[in-house]
Design a protein around this ligand. Structure first.
Ligand code: ASP
Ligand code: MG
Length: 457
């Protein structure tokens, strides 16, 4: 059996939902389908919550949200399932409206209330899709996707979720089975949580892994994984295939195709992923598996993460570099901050690494506490954090065997007047990454994409 995930644009309009209906109805009944909220709705839910908490007008947006869901139900839901679907969705719309009212009255938006508000997207879209697809059965993902607290984040409790999914889907023959992505429930408090923005992919991967699916299909609005973001690179190409590792690297360095944690559960079970286009269902898409066609496509893509912050520790610690390094990463990890690029050490007794700008304040506090004694006795002379940067990455298993590749990348950047502030220490053989000023990010992607793809794709 296969697990399919349809993203927001695929379930966003009457037209796109007609495609989804057609695709799912043509598949075996054992199929499990995970859906996102209606396209753009999660953003709207958050923006409206913020507005309400600041005393702004929220009722008109609430009315638009209701109308959008009602229009789809009126036009597409099967007659005999209309009453049931409407009553489910109306009760959620009522709860949403009362929650906005509460937020507006108290003028505050606690995280758990925001989590409740954003959960409404998938809690409404799933019963709607189940009402549209013939014979479909609805499953409530809050019953089987469980999270636990990790610092201030919620992360999936893999073992518990795995067992609950197997129980929930023990009779697969009576489907197709529809469920909402993204949303989850805290295993201890029972509060509604989520798997992070873009998390519907991850829900689908957890289900595919627990049920030993043959394939995880991610249905989106492009023909497949591309060599770069097509909004930046007009001649970006669709790749026929890539390896799990390549897709993991591309996604963790900013490719928006799949939510990064998604790949691990299916990679672990060697379940291939196919990226497909709801609006062009006959296109072959991109197959992600344990095979890399690095002969034909040695490099798979160029991506970037904006909002990078470069942390630099400088001092007189030549002999203790490894120890300072380890202490810095451990202190950050203990506080839930991850480092995504370690820079090659500079000449002047300093070393740098990149984190997300959103972790900047917390990282500064943690490092200053960790190294307070060394800052006093002079072993460390400074901890500096620089923002408004971008991490650019080139990914491909073929990089392992390409000669002089670092030099070619460096020369291309130099020719385009871009000066990398840090280069990765080569922590992965399949990726070359470097940090540039955010204003140079697009030019860096263009020039590197040109270097690899103008002639050989
Ligand atoms: N609706 C959620 C979001 O927009 C989850 C998803 O679509 O994957 O982030
Ligand atoms: Mg997505």
């Amino acid at each position: 059996m296969n697990v399919l995930k349809f993203g927001g644009t695929s379930v966003g309009t009457v037209e796109s939902l007609r495609h989804v209906k057609q695709i799912v109805e043509s598949l075996p009944r054992e199929t499990v389908v995970v859906v996102s909220a209606l396209g753009g709705l999660t953003d709207t839910l958050i923006a409206t919550a913020l507005k309400a908490s600041e005393g702004g007008e929220w009722r008109a947006e609430m009315d638009r949200i209701s109308k959008r869901h009602h229009d789809i139900i009126d036009t597409l839901v099967e007659e005999e399932r209309k009453t049931e679907t409407l009553s489910k969705v109306d009760s959620l719309l009522g709860e949403l409206s009362r929650t906005y009212e509460g937020v507006s009255l108290i003028g505050d938006l606690p995280q758990k209330i925001l989590d409740l508000i954003v959960s409404m997207g998938e809690r409404m879209s799933a019963p709607i899709v189940a009402g549209i697809v013939k014979g479909a059965r609805l499953h409530d993902s809050l019953e089987f996707i469980k999270t636990e607290k990790w610092f201030d984040k919620n992360i999936a409790d893999g073992a518990l979720t795995h067992d609950l999914i197997q129980k929930e889907f023990s009779c697969l023959g009576d489907g197709p089975h529809i469920t909402g992505g993204f949303i989850s429930q805290d295993r201890d408090s029972g509060e509604i949580t989520n798997l992070g923005r873009g998390g519907s992919d991850y829900t689908a991967a957890l289900i595919a892994a627990a049920l030993d699916a043959e394939m995880l299909e991610i249905w989106t609005d492009v023909d497949g994984f591309m060599t770069a973001d097509p909004r930046i690179i007009k001649d970006a190409k669709v790749l026929p295939s890539m390896s799990f590792v390549e897709s993991m690297e591309l996604c963790s360095f900013g490719a928006k195709v799949i939510y990064p944690p998604t790949i691990y559960p299916v990679f672990h079970k060697n379940i291939p992923i196919r990226i497909l286009n709801t609006f062009n269902p006959t296109a072959k898409g991109t197959l992600i598996s344990d095979v890399s066609d690095s002969y034909e496509y040695p490099v798979k893509g160029v991506t970037a993460i904006n909002k990078t912050c470069l942390v630099c520790l400088s001092g007189n610690f030549t002999e203790n570099v490894a120890q300072v390094n380890t202490r810095a990463y451990n202190a950050l990890a203990r506080n839930g901050i991850s480092v995504f690029l370690l820079a090659q050490p500079g000449e002047n007794h300093e070393f740098s690494f990149a984190i997300s700008s959103s972790d900047r304040i917390q990282a500064s506090k943690v490092l200053n506490e960790e190294f307070a004694p060394e800052l006093i006795d002079g072993m460390l002379t400074g901890i500096t954090l620089t923002d408004s940067l971008s991490t650019v990455a080139v990914v491909g298993e073929g990089l392992k065997v390409m000669k002089g590749i670092n030099g070619r990348v460096a020369n291309t950047l130099k020719r385009n007047g871009i000066n990398p502030l840090a280069c990765s220490e080569g922590n992965s053989e399949t990726t070359i990454s470097f940090v540039v000023e955010e204003k140079d990010s697009v030019r860096a992607i263009e020039s590197i994409h040109g270097l690899f793809f103008r002639t050989n794709v």
